[in-house]
Design a protein around this ligand. Structure first.
Ligand code: ADP
Ligand code: ZN
Length: 624
């Protein structure tokens, strides 16, 4: 992901290595330009002068005396002329004849001129005229050359195939250690062996142990796979070569394979070292998916397999590859002797998130209000990259506010920026829209508070955000949960539908604002039925399976069409029931809803504390 810090020295070395290839491609491009220029002149000549016919001198004399010639151009060694018979024809030809010494030519021309009106002129072939022609050729060749080199740059080169443009990044020292990678203890543990091997290959070889050549780092984007690979290199103090799987593949067949060869050649000169291939699924996708002409990818993959089999572990090269779609990888890649180790890099849990926040705030000046646990609780589902981003956004916010230390408030704001987008101050909702959004959000919040099973409200806001939300309720759990009960899930569904319920109760109309809630509620209800066995109608049957565990999880139905229809109905019934519950609870607390919503319209953002206060006031005054 972040490859920007490549090593300067190495860049030079790469360029030098490519010097030879570049010289060759310059020559090839020059030749092409010359050929193009010649062809161009020929075509140009053809268009302006028509067909060229060469005839003997005698033929010329004959035509001249018969009065069949219109114009004559006399060169020192040739005569060029056009026929008067073809003057109006489309196929007008230019005739040439090789001149011979003819004393009578002058008389003949004169006669023809007098008799038939034939015109004739001599052409100056001395220096300046020739220079003119030559110059125009040179200019043309240069123009073609420039044009070609522009095209080449765009397309990544035809001649320097696989040499000049393979983006191999090499860092002599990554400067990253395991201490920079927070959480991921299991992953680090599996990788320490590799580090030890790179330190001291002899120890392993003497005993006759074969070490894994490669390990596959598997996990969702942003969880620190690249970082871990760099840390392995850093811990072992060896160079780090990295390349992204997608950058092997170009539009020309054979490029990828030659890049793989190049990469391994460079790496073996620097061994011991680490080769890191990011997004290996770009080349390692299963070969038998039947997607037609993927021959380029296939060749690249074959080359990679060949290189992996070919090198000898004793040299101390370890290949790490990252992917978030392990299920699509070709089985051949996972065979023993190739990427036979799999290191799972998971989304961090609560402790992992706290540690990640700590790692990233090492150099950030913070005041004593900062509470990492609270932040970690508010960021469930976030990956390392998000957390790094949050700390940075928080620091930026502090600078913007002109403070020297980052506060918890800055960081909470940053969490909201990362998850919901920036506040859109200039989007002005009409007063009526603002009220609708306020009732909608308070509807959600009230249901959170009134159903004891759900998490407490942290904040409610109706300031529109750049990622599309017009408002939201910020919920933070008190502890991280790994299991959810059916009752909790049902309460979540009621909460999700509470926004729409409040709108309907108050305004007796519904808006598009609930689209996202409905989407989430449907997903949740579906999962309860098809995966968690929480519907009595179906019982404990798996009706859907997950594909692509680490990316957006796609679900694949595992049942008959008939059952699928029933599932749809069951989802509908379930959501209907929850919606009725939501409306029932809210209608019993209309006064509170009004009070809080009106307060929110005024303030635009209120804290969970303010919310609870108004709620308990209106409840205790009997004003429910
Ligand atoms: P991946 O390769 O898995 O997509 P990266 O390794 O590129 O993710 O992570 C991107 C950035 O996120 C890293 O440079 C680092 O700043 C941060 N990051 C991710 N995971 C962690 C972690 N476990 N500990 C510390 N920082 C992390
Ligand atoms: Zn909503």
């Amino acid at each position: 992901m972040d490859n920007q810090n490549m090593n300067g020295n190495n860049q030079d070395k790469n360029d030098m290595k490519n010097g030879k290839g570049r010289g060759r491609s310059i020559i090839v491009m020059l030749v092409i330009s010359i050929v193009l220029t010649l062809l161009f002149w020929k075509a140009y000549d053809r268009i302006t002068n028509g067909v060229q016919k060469e005839i003997p001198y005698s033929g010329f004399i004959e035509m001249l005396e018969n009065g069949e010639i219109a114009d004559i151009e006399l060169y020192s060694a040739k005569i060029k002329f056009t026929s008067s018979l073809e003057e109006n024809s489309l196929n007008k030809a230019t005739y040439t004849a090789v001149a011979i010494k003819d004393d009578k030519l002058a008389d003949r021309l004169k006669t023809a001129h007098q008799k038939y009106g034939t015109t004739y002129k001599g052409i100056d072939e001395s220096g300046s005229a020739i220079i003119g022609t030559v110059l125009s050729y040179v200019v043309m060749i240069l123009a073609f050359y420039l044009f070609l080199s522009l095209i080449m740059k765009r397309s990544g080169g035809i001649m320097g195939v696989g040499k000049a443009n393979a983006k191999v990044y090499m860092e002599k020292k990554t400067g990253v250690t395991f201490a920079d990678v927070a959480g991921e203890e299991e992953a680090k543990e599996s990788l320490t062996e590799m580090v030890d091997f790179l330190h001291n290959p002899k120890k392993y070889l003497e005993i006759g142990a074969k070490l894994p050549k490669g390990a596959l780092l598997v996990g969702p984007p942003g969880t620190g796979k690249t970082l871990l690979a760099k840390a392995v290199a850093g811990e072992a103090n060896v160079p780090f070569f990295s390349m992204s799987g997608s950058s092997f593949i170009e539009m020309y067949v054979g490029v990828g394979a030659s890049r793989v060869r190049d990469l391994f050649k460079q790496a073996s000169q620097m061994a011991p070292c680490i080769i890191f291939i990011d997004e290996i699924d770009a080349i390692g996708r299963s070969r038998d998916t039947g997607r037609g002409s993927d021959s380029e990818r296939e060749q690249t993959l074959n080359q990679l397999l060949a290189e992996m089999d070919g090198f000898d572990t004793s040299k101390g090269i370890v290949i790490l590859a990252a992917t978030n779609r392990p299920e699509v990888l070709d089985k051949a890649l996972l065979r023993p002797g190739r990427f036979d180790r799999r290191v799972i890099v998971e989304k961090p849990d609560l402790k992992g998130r706290i540690d990640t926040l700590k790692v990233h705030s090492k150099d950030v000046k913070m005041d004593e209000s900062v509470d990492f646990k609270e932040l970690a609780l508010a960021t469930s589902g976030a990956v390392g990259a998000d957390l790094a981003n949050i700390i940075n956004e928080g620091a930026l916010a502090a600078v913007r506010a002109g403070r020297a230390l980052v506060s918890q408030q800055d960081l909470i704001g940053a969490v909201e920026v990362v998850f919901a987008g920036k506040e859109k101050k200039d989007r002005l909702l009409s007063p009526q829209e603002k009220r609708i959004v306020a009732y909608h959000e308070v509807g959600h919040a009230l249901l959170v508070a009134l159903q004891k099973n759900t998490e407490p409200v942290q904040r409610i806001t109706i300031v529109p955000r750049t990622m599309g939300a017009l408002g939201y309720v910020w919920q933070v759990p008190e502890e991280e949960k790994y299991l959810e009960s059916k009752a909790e899930l049902m309460a979540d569904l009621v909460t999700l539908l509470g926004g729409r319920a409040a709108e309907e109760l108050k305004f007796d109309s519904v808006t598009t604002g609930a689209a996202n809630d409905i989407e989430q509620a449907t997903k949740k209800a579906r999962a309860m039925i098809t995966m968690y066995g929480m519907s009595d109608k179906f019982g404990l049957v798996q009706l859907e399976s997950i594909e692509g565990q680490y990316l957006d999880r796609n679900l694949a139905l595992q049942c008959s069409d008939e059952t699928a229809t029933k599932i749809d109905k069951e989802i509908r019934d379930m959501l209907k029931e929850c919606y009725i519950t939501a409306k029932k609870i809210l209608s019993e607390h209309m006064k509170s809803l009004d009070a809080i919503a009106e307060y929110l319209v005024e303030r635009e953002s209120i804290t969970g504390k303010e919310f609870m206060q108004i709620l308990s006031e209106s409840v205790s005054s009997g004003n429910v």
